[in-house]
Design a protein around this ligand. Structure first.
Ligand code: UD1
Ligand code: CA
Length: 447
């Protein structure tokens, strides 16, 4: 495949989002839009990726730290001006450049590869990724001459009724010859409805310079959705979620009800895992094979081994790691803890900052008291320990191998290996107490 560099335009405010957050940081399937776009360039083989930032640029730059080079467009004077601002970053480079808007997160690496190959096999100054849509509102229209060659891109706002009827639109993704692009950019004018320097006008300029312009059309227009509003954000969310669910099922995951199963874009799940309805698996979670998960389970930034049972109603918070054959039952919350092979936390527990060995049994209602108001402390529960129901393990504390904790204990000091710890008041029975107290009550009422 032909080599290329990538340029992402992400300096705009995204006013139509009505948000203080820069548009490209809004998430689709749990990942900021900009990460989808940069990821697609990287996966399709870009030798370098540069991102133009401006509005909220500090936050975007910090977010990208180390994953892409950043250039600044101090004033947002249009997409053409944004590309021009990136000129110095490509000084001395001569070759193909793929330009992508930061708000088109659903394009696939295969599409970029096709676009670049198509461009590289032509003499074109530019090759446009286009798509055919039912409702072209807001997109730049692809205007073709009588031979069917691309003649221009006309922005919606600047288009006549006749041009607005065109259903072939610009996705905003282009492959350019870098030198020809930067030769054309100085010829842009801002004589348009928005008073901006449009990148799309480069097409007309190139054609007037005698260059040819090509187009590659998306097979599936939903891949080219541009996100300008919260409604479009939700449309992209649905498309990306469906795509992810499809991929997971292709990999051998069963979803009883895909429509209530939410899997973030970066999640990995092994084959023969069954996911029950109303389950969310978020962030960078990694789930093994042959697990049963759900219903009503939320897992975020956690790792789960093979053949685990999780749910119903369990919550795995970031930093949780379960080995194989672990059971996490109903109303159990686990945070930043590791759980060894075959251990069981079946009901109503909170386990936080804990290192738990294998084949541990945690009785119903057990809580690790990890926070003393200032610091988070660690609980260690070694292999084979048996923690009786409704116990409190006050961290820092260690329960030794094969130790037993009597039901209802509050454990404040370490339990040696193999010992039984009883940390509760001894029961006292007061014989005949009920009759005596009732008698006392009725004599009081008589008076
Ligand atoms: C743009 C295209 C339109 C195309 C559509 C596809 C232009 C003029 N129009 O329209 O033909 O159909 O995308 O989704 O290019 N940006 C900057 N600096 C600026 C202005 C914008 O970096 O000065 C960035 C934005 O952050 C955004 C991208 O460029 O990520 C596109 O800008 P946007 O305002 O969303 O353009 P559209 O109106 O959607
Ligand atoms: Ca847009």
């Amino acid at each position: 495949m032909a080599s290329f560099v990538g340029l992402v335009l992400a300096a705009g405010h995204g006013k139509r989002m009505k948000s203080t957050l820069p548009k490209v940081l809004h998430q689709v399937a749990g990942i900021p839009m900009i990460d989808h776009v940069v990821g697609v360039l990287v996966r399709s083989g870009a030798s370098r990726t540069v991102v133009v930032v401006g509005y909220g640029g500090e936050v975007v730059e910090e977010h990208l730290a180390g994953r892409a080079d950043v250039v600044w467009q101090k004033e947002q004077l249009g997409t053409g001006h944004a590309v021009l601002s990136a000129g110095p970053a490509f000084h001395g480079y001569d070759g193909n450049i793929v330009v992508m808007p930061g708000d088109v997160p659903l394009v696939t690496p295969e599409t970029i590869e096709e676009l670049v190959d198509n461009h590289a096999n032509s003499e074109n100054g530019a090759t446009i990724l286009t798509m055919h849509v039912e409702d072209p509102t807001g997109y730049g229209r692809i205007v073709r001459d009588s031979q069917g060659n691309v003649a221009a891109i006309i922005e919606h706002r600047d288009a006549t009724e006749e041009i607005r009827a065109v259903r072939e639109v610009n996705t905003g993704v282009f492959c350019f010859d870098k030198k020809k692009l930067f030769d054309a950019l100085p010829c842009l004018s801002s004589q348009n409805e928005q008073g901006e320097y449009y990148l799309t006008d480069v097409i007309k300029v190139m054609i007037s310079q005698g260059l040819s312009v090509g187009a590659v059309a998306l097979q599936d227009a939903s891949d080219g959705l541009g996100i300008n509003s919260r409604v479009q954000l939700s449309e992209a969310e649905l498309i990306m979620r469906n795509r992810k669910r499809g991929e997971m099922m292709e990999c051998g995951v069963t979803m009883i009800d895909p429509s209530t199963t939410f899997i973030d874009a970066n999640v990995e799940i092994g084959p023969d895992t069954i996911i029950m309805p109303f389950t969310v698996i978020a962030g960078n979670s990694k789930i093994g094979g042959s697990c049963n998960i759900g219903p009503y389970v939320y897992i975020c930034d956690s790792e789960v081994g093979n053949e685990c049972n999780i749910g119903p109603f369990s919550y795995l918070r970031p930093g949780t790691s379960l080995s194989d054959h672990v059971k996490v039952g109903d109303f159990v919350e686990i945070k930043k803890s590791s759980v060894g092979e075959g251990s069981k936390i079946p009901h109503l527990s909170y386990i936080g900052d804990t290192v738990m060995g294998s084949h541990v049994n945690i009785g119903a209602g057990t809580i690790t008291c990890n926070y003393d108001g200032t610091t988070k402390n660690t609980t260690i529960i070694e292999d084979g320990a048996f923690v009786g129901a409704n116990s409190n393990l006050v961290a820092p504390v260690k329960v030794g191998r094969d130790a037993y904790i009597a039901t209802g204990s509050t454990v404040t000091s370490d339990v040696p290996q193999g010992a039984l710890a009883i940390g509760r008041a001894r029961q006292e029975n007061k014989e005949g107490w009920v009759a005596r107290s009732r008698a006392a009550q009725s004599s009081k009422e008589e008076k």
